[in-house]
Design a protein around this ligand. Structure first.
Ligand code: PEP
Ligand code: MN
Length: 338
């Protein structure tokens, strides 16, 4: 349920509603828009207060039930798009944010050289995994904390903020010391302990859709982070598993307009994991921007043949430059910038 305050409702009227929500045993989530404030009534969904309790209070315009199982993530709760500040770039705004870098951090020189290359091409943030979720326990598992240190070195050299994955709740504190954005991977989208821990951190979260998850499950996963007090969540469509084998995953282009309608959170597309093959990444990136994505996260490697993970889907820097040129043209047609 949301309580929509009238335009110009006073601070006291807002705090009285919040106090009343708390007295009733619910939690109040205040969202202050440019025009008006909206207060979410959050709590045990078996017990919903009667709307009348609030409609008679001063400053209240109306009370609306949110029928979707996710509340804080819904457009009803927060009609304006959420903007997430990534080192001066507002993700979710008219400017499309491109995050790029290798699948894995492999060495200090590799991540620094890649960071310079992607920055030059127009990326606004650097990606790179230090803790890698690999299908096989015998595959490269990432450099761990050393990898985080190298990412921080690359940020110091280039100024690019760092996006990197965290795989366990106990490591959120450590990863957050180095990272600007915590990535939660597809395999961990429903790791609720991890979502709670990320929700308690102060870092923005890039939440990737599970490979077998519905959009509603993705939104419910985001709700875990939001309900812990962290409002900075970006959702990522990275392809889902279908019967198709010519690509690694099936890019669910539908997810972009559907999620844009259902939620105020920014939507990032990952054409690298969505296709699994470098030769299709440019087409998927163009399609994502045409469909309305707020950003892209793309794997770039200096020498894909030698990559320690996901070489087949990694773009060489020259190819990434080409991708940036192409998506810039598509963005311009939609009156957006990259
Ligand atoms: C990654 O970004 O390298 C990654 C492992 O992605 P996903 O969780 O989408 O598979
Ligand atoms: Mn990868």
């Amino acid at each position: 349920m949301i309580v929509v305050m009238s335009i110009g409702a006073s601070t006291k009227e807002i705090s009285d509603v919040i106090a009343h929500i708390t007295e009733l045993g619910f939690r109040a989530h205040l969202s202050q828009g440019e025009e008006r404030s909206i207060i979410g009534v959050i709590g045990d969904d078996r017990r919903v207060p009667e709307p009348d309790i609030f409609t008679t209070m001063p400053g209240v315009e109306r009370v609306t039930r949110i029928s979707a199982p996710y509340k804080l993530a819904s457009r009803g709760f927060h009609p304006q798009p959420t903007l997430i500040n990534l080192n001066g770039t507002a993700v979710g705004s008219n400017k499309i944010a491109v995050i790029a870098g290798p699948c894995s951090v492999e060495s200090r020189s590799q991540i620094i050289e890649t960071a310079h290359a992607v920055k030059e091409a127009g990326a606004v943030a650097l990606r790179g995994g230090a803790f890698k979720p690999r299908t096989s326990p015998y595959s490269f598992q990432g450099l761990g904390e050393k990898g985080l240190e190298y990412l921080a070195d690359a940020r110091a050299e280039t100024g690019l903020p760092v996006v990197t994955e965290v795989m366990e709740p106990g490591l959120v504190g450590l990863v957050a010391q180095y990272a600007d954005v915590l990535q939660i991977g597809a395999r961990n989208m429903q790791n609720y302990a991890l979502l709670n821990a990320a929700g308690q951190s102060q870092r923005p979260v890039l939440l990737k859709r599970g490979m077998m998850s519905t959009m509603e499950e993705l939104l419910m996963a985001a709700e875990y982070v939001l309900s812990n007090g962290n409002s900075q969540v970006m959702l990522c469509e990275r392809g889902i598993r279908t019967f198709e084998t010519y690509t690694r995953n099936t890019f669910d282009i539908n997810a972009i307009p559907v999620l844009k309608e259902k939620t105020h959170l920014p939507i990032i597309a990952d054409p690298s994991h969505a296709t699994g093959k470098a030769e299709y990444v440019l087409a998927a990136a163009r399609a994502a921007i045409a469909a309305g994505a707020d950003g892209l996260i793309v794997e770039v490697h200096l020498n894909p043949a030698e990559a320690m993970s996901d070489g087949a889907q990694s773009l060489r820097p020259e190819k990434f430059v080409k991708m940036m040129e192409e998506v810039t043209k598509i963005a311009a047609a939609l009156e957006r910038t990259v």
